[in-house]
Write a protein that binds this ligand. Sequence first.
Ligand SMILES: Nc1nc2c(c(=O)[nH]1)N[C@H]1C(S)=C(S)[C@@H](COP(=O)(O)OP(=O)(O)OC[C@H]3O[C@@H](n4cnc5c(N)ncnc54)[C@H](O)[C@@H]3O)O[C@H]1N2
Ligand code: MOO
Length: 416
Amino acid sequence: MTRALMPTDRPSTVDEHVERIIETIDPLPPYDQPLLEAVGLPVCEDVSATMDLPAFDNSAMDGYAVYFDDVASASDDHPVHLPVVGEMAAGQTKLFALSPGTAVRIMTGAPVPQGADSVVPVEWTDGGIANVRITQAPTKGQHVRYTGEDVRRGDVLLHEGTVLGPRQLGLLASVGRASVQARPRPRVVIVSTGSELREPGAGLDHDSIYDANSYMLAASARAAGAIAYRVGIVSDDPAEFTDALSDQLVRADLVVTSGGVSKGAYDVVKEVLAELGTVSFGEVAMQPGKPQGFGFIGEDSTPIITLPGNPVSSYVSFEMFVLPAIRRMMGKVPYRRPMVRALLTKAITSIPGKRQFARAFFEIDGKGAHVTPVGGHGSHLMGDLSDANALIVLPEDQTGVQAGEQVQVLVLDRDF
Ligand SMILES: Nc1nc2c(c(=O)[nH]1)N[C@H]1C(S)=C(S)[C@@H](COP(=O)(O)OP(=O)(O)OC[C@H]3O[C@@H](n4cnc5c(N)ncnc54)[C@H](O)[C@@H]3O)O[C@H]1N2
Ligand code: MOO
């Protein structure tokens, strides 16, 4: 298999790096999944109905199944009286035919007996058990739900690629499907590297910090539809990182690391993986998120995306590169989050030559969509990141945008 590597002589563009990832990662093979496992996944087959819906003529009301001709003249002044010859409750009926001049008590959903062509709601009667007094006539066929009026056997219910949500799963269950072809959720293993990292809840030394990234990335992976395995913290010791990776590969469709990819003396991810020759490291012309790596490791050529350690860089890099990879594996298009346009409420500067992703707050009100930058540019500013719900995307050739101009925005946390 040929694998595209990152160029070493110049930074890649964001688009080049996303394309490299999408083009070299394969969708996971589909299999038959129980309905609830498939929520949010695209269906990998055209699904046709193997039965009619409704499957039999049934009542839409609690009342009496009748021959229309028997009750057509019923009114308050001239009520119609009919003997009640039986009862039909949903799920506990015997097949039978109704003779003219008689009625059957019927419950919502119960099969309409052969011969009956209309249902009189109980409210238009005296509710009688042995005999019924009817004071209002239905129209012919009223309150009967006919076989096949909803779905016909052979109808294509879902086209391949349709994302399975509550309504689609409800339809599949209605026609008796217990499972459906869909790609599995990718199992994404998340590893935070850094000897300075500690588990939230544990004590801190004077120079240690809490591991934010593995939680943020695992939550992002889960929100993207993946199964996230958070390995937690691995130190900057190459042997420990190597062992952790080989332990985890067995349950990984994709490995995501944070930290250890820049130019420091202890950049363990780069040090260990660059040697393999199947993972390449380089710069992407973006801010935040400059140092990136991507490649394949282990016997099964498992894809690995190595994200920078600065928390905001890690988060933005996930949005740009890991989210499309997960969606590609699930076969969910579009792979990349669509951009929307919004009016900028406050001037913003940008670094030329890099695509900048500025944390922002996006709102739609009576005047339309607008977006306000939140906080500074620093890749360590977690407070600001948490206040943001969007990223303003400033193109490589831009140095700034004035308030009142239109900008491109990625609205976060939205399904697409
Ligand atoms: N001489 C240079 N230094 C740096 C460059 C450069 O080009 N030349 N690039 C900077 C940029 S940009 C980034 S981004 C970072 C990326 O560094 P690493 O990926 O090697 O990450 P670390 O050095 O391990 O950590 C960076 C920073 O983030 C904190 N961190 C790491 N992991 C976590 C975590 N799980 N939770 C919370 N915070 C974390 C770490 O303590 C550091 O402060 O490199 C710049 N340096
Ligand atoms: O790329 Mo770093 O991600 O700018 O902080």
